[in-house]
Ligand binder design. Structure first.
Ligand SMILES: [Zn+2]
Length: 480
């Protein structure tokens, strides 16, 4: 921009920033969830280049994290690793992961004239909705983009995986040449993004074959070769379509990851011990978040940190201190009873959470809550791809809740829970559409020392979490 343009633009920028800041103040006053999107939206309407200029003035550049599952947890671990290495990360709030949310984060750090006021150690670490990567890359011009995975999610919003993959390819074409791309080698849809990309690419993946399943799960979303369309052959499948694969026709295969976990000891819901090789040497990681999906999140964060030059000790500390993001396997106690809250939003994630929770000896009852508001996805047919047959294992009851409680009850009818292996009695199925009442009912039915596991979709989780926050059991989300 020429100096003359800058002078011409300044009043508009100041107006945009002031309007954004006023909106932020107003939405906080009105209690509208901390004002995580509107301020940026207002500012961008007044001055469309506001975000681009603000992002360009972050001293250590910006990093974008996208993918279907694991964005929030990965972003938190990476930001913490940055903090421990002496940088000052600026991050957006969950639920504000499109460009207005990023703009809102930067506006909060700007003065009245629209100039960013941050220290010279500041770096932007932003979670980006997988359907909005292109505008985010165009506006932010990140120095690194990290992709976690691509799984089927809310079909009515993103159509098919191939379409999202196509959008990602287009978005990467807008990336500055020197920007690094960090990719999950075990997810063919993500790994393929690195094919014929001229940017520096760093792959991460899992080598420990002990965690391989016997075969691809029926929910697995993508098993075709991205180069030629033939069926991929898997030597190991970890879950969904993640694993070690190659194409028998054209020879395309899983890239060798430079950051890989060669040994992972899963310790149930409590976490995992990971032995990994990074580009700068071997590292042992103690991850206090359970499940192979969280091991992937930790590896993704470690790979991005390594590409950004952060030392392995800062990464290991951040992974060791990781705590659950909003509604991701959050554990808490209500009147002496244990509860675990695990957001579910697509079949693969649902299956992984069920696998993890049903392996825990304290799991006693399940509360499944299904809503069909915008953020949940209007089409709830995806629950038919969830392995709810697993509810035959361990649990004594399953409560179906949410506005689509009856759809869940029907799904459970077809899951034939009565086929539970004797001597365990089959779980009782209850229906209570009101999620707060269902939670009280569940807790009342769980003996001390055991756990009620709650698996809600987005809006059901917000509803329940708001009640828990009011009663002081959980922090309100814009404070957490
Ligand atoms: Zn092929």
């Amino acid at each position: 921009m020429s100096p003359t343009d800058q002078i011409k633009r300044r009043p508009r920028r100041a107006l945009a920033v002031d309007a954004g800041k006023a909106t932020r103040w107003l939405s906080r006053r009105l209690g509208k969830g901390g004002g995580t999107n509107y301020p940026g939206l207002v500012a961008q309407r007044i001055d469309p280049s506001a975000l681009r200029d603000l992002a360009a003035s972050v001293p250590n550049g910006c990093v974008l994290i996208t993918g279907t599952n694991g964005k929030t947890t990965t972003t938190r671990i990476l930001a913490d690793a940055m903090r421990r290495s002496g940088l000052e990360p600026l991050t957006n709030r969950e639920g504000s992961n499109m460009t207005p949310g990023v703009a809102t984060t930067l506006l909060a750090q700007s003065d009245a004239l629209g100039s960013l006021r941050v220290g010279e150690r500041a770096i932007g670490i932003f979670e980006i909705d997988e359907g909005h990567l292109l505008p985010a890359i165009q506006a932010v011009q990140p120095r690194l983009v990290l992709f976690t995975n691509l799984l089927r999610d809310q079909l009515d919003r993103y159509f098919e995986l191939d379409w999202t993959a196509h959008l990602w390819k287009e978005a990467l074409a807008e990336l500055p040449e020197s920007s690094t791309v960090v990719l999950n080698a075990d997810d063919p849809q993500v790994a393929y993004l690195g094919d014929d990309l001229s940017n520096p690419v760093l792959y991460y993946g899992i080598e420990d074959a002990r965690h391989a399943l016997a075969e691809l799960e029926h929910v697995s979303d993508s098993r075709r070769c991205l180069r030629c369309g033939a069926d991929l052959q898997y030597s190991h499948v970890f879950y969904a379509h993640f694993g070690h694969y190659s194409c028998p026709v054209c020879g395309w295969s899983r890239p060798d990851p430079r950051l890989s976990a060669w040994k992972i000891d899963l310790e149930g819901i409590d976490g995992s011990r990971i032995e990994a090789v990074t580009p700068t040497g071997a590292v042992e990681l103690e991850l206090p978040l359970g499940g192979l999906f969280n091991a992937y999140n930790a590896l993704a964060a470690a790979a991005a940190a390594s590409a950004l030059g952060v030392g392995t000790s800062s990464v290991a500390e951040a992974i060791g201190a990781a705590r659950s993001a909003f509604g991701r396997l959050e554990r808490f106690t209500v009147e002496g009873k244990n509860a675990c809250l695990a957001l579910v939003k697509n079949p693969s994630g649902y299956n992984e959470v069920l696998r993890l929770l049903l392996a825990d000896e304290h799991t006693y009852g399940l509360l499944l809550a299904l809503n069909d508001d915008g953020p949940d996805g209007r089409d709830v047919s995806w629950i038919w791809d969830v392995d709810l047959e697993r509810c035959r294992e361990r649990v004594r009851f399953v409560i179906c809740s949410g506005r689509r409680a009856q759809d869940l009850a029907l799904r459970l009818k077809y899951a034939e829970l009565s086929k539970a292996d004797p001597p365990d009695p089959p779980p009782e199925v209850l229906v209570e559409p009101d999620v707060n009442k269902a939670f009280a009912l569940g807790l009342a039915n769980v003996p001390d020392g055991n756990t009620l596991c709650v698996l809600p979709t987005y809006t059901a989780m917000w509803e329940l979490r708001e009640t828990l926050a009011k009663s002081g059991h959980l922090e309100t989300f814009w404070k957490s």
